[in-house]
Design a protein around this ligand. Structure first.
Ligand SMILES: [Fe+2]
Ligand SMILES: [Fe+2]
Length: 179
């Protein structure tokens, strides 16, 4: 096997790791923006969850960066896209469920790229993160469902709840006792 082929395979893995990192950087900003908006709208409990999930995405961005560095690459600082601002509470949760659903699909494809190019460690990294994105999807989908089915009465129960995420700096996953 030539050195060139090995470098080529490594470059393909770095490429998908960086694309994933870009998606994480976009998600961090999107979820932080929703955290502040939900807090403004006084949906404290939902705001706190968005904050924790943004922290999870930051952890993911760092995990991808660490692996990229290990492979000799340069972690990107560019988000994959911009932030949707001023979304209503009814819009946020189906929107985020869709973000996570797309992410699951794309990361599963990236995992295959890692496998095809013989990188078991990057493959395992995607596997770990995919599990966490699935937990995010489940949460967003669940809230989205509640809002759709129960509407005002569900939202009235949330209104005025505390927005404190407390000492739960481990993020959403950490608070559930880990992935
Ligand atoms: Fe993520
Ligand atoms: Fe996520």
């Amino acid at each position: 096997m030539t050195q060139g082929a090995k470098e080529e395979r490594r470059a393909k893995v770095i490429e998908v790791l960086n694309q994933a990192r870009s998606m994480e950087l976009q998600a961090i900003h999107q979820y932080m923006n929703q955290h502040y908006n939900l807090d403004d709208m006084d949906f404290g409990e939902l705001a706190a969850k968005l904050k924790l999930i943004a922290i999870d995405e930051m952890r993911h961005a760092e995990m991808f960066a660490e692996r990229i560095k290990e492979l000799g690459g340069e972690p990107t600082v560019s988000p994959a896209g911009g932030v949707e601002k001023g979304q209503d509470v009814e819009v946020i949760f189906p929107f985020d469920a869709n973000v996570e659903d797309e992410t699951l699909d794309i990361y599963n494809q990236f995992l295959l790229v890692c496998r095809e190019n013989g990188d078991a460690i990057s493959m395992k990294l995607f596997e770990t993160i995919i599990e966490e994105e699935q937990a995010h999807f489940n949460y967003f989908d669940n809230v989205s469902d509640h809002i759709k089915k129960l509407g005002a009465s569900y939202l009235a129960r949330i209104a005025g709840t505390p927005a404190e995420a407390g000492t739960m700096s481990g993020g959403f996953i950490g608070n559930q006792g880990g992935a």
